[in-house]
Ligand binder design. Structure first.
Ligand code: CU
Length: 164
């Protein structure tokens, strides 16, 4: 019974660790030190191209809220610089947007003329973020009563239990 409890606790810990690892995405400050503002026309395109975005990552928009805002729009709104049908709007000057799905995201500034001048951002989200489970370190097989190999998940559970 005690051993079953330990195994269950070990498995729970393992699952918690895996889910924690999955929920921590990267945080990207949009525009880096320039922030969210009017730059040259291709600035944000170039900025986004240099990154690889995944579900769980966070986009941080920093800007002067007296001058700019952030409007999430659809593809058409992005290309036409039209903020009339916003998906979401932000105006605190320090807004975090978490990428929730692998759909592409489009943001523009709602201040007249800013999007046209290049304050627009398209985020292409990479499909399928396969959770990276590091391979367990080599195991001394003598430590296993049965010897031989074991299924990967069982090995990991045994390793986790061994941490207790
Ligand atoms: Cu603006």
């Amino acid at each position: 019974m005690a051993s079953l409890l330990r195994k269950t606790m070990g498995l729970s810990l393992f699952l918690v660790l895996v889910s924690l690892k999955l929920s921590f995405g990267a945080v990207y400050e949009v525009g880096d030190d320039k922030g969210w503002t009017v730059n040259d026309k291709s600035y944000y395109t170039g900025w986004a191209k240099s990154k690889k975005f995944h579900v769980g990552d966070v986009l941080l928009f920093r800007y002067d809220k007296q001058i700019h805002n952030v409007v999430q729009v659809d593809k058409k709104g992005y290309h036409k610089c039209n903020a009339a049908k916003p998906i979401a709007g932000f105006n605190t000057g320090h807004d975090s947007v978490t990428i929730r799905s692998d759909e592409h995201l489009y943001f523009i500034c709602g201040t007249p003329g800013h999007c046209e001048a290049g304050q627009k951002l398209r985020i292409k989200v990479s499909r399928s973020k396969v959770p990276v489970v590091e391979p367990p370190p080599p195991i001394n097989q003598a430590s296993f009563a049965r010897g031989g190999s074991c299924p990967l998940l069982l090995c990991i559970v045994i390793l986790v239990i061994g941490l207790f």
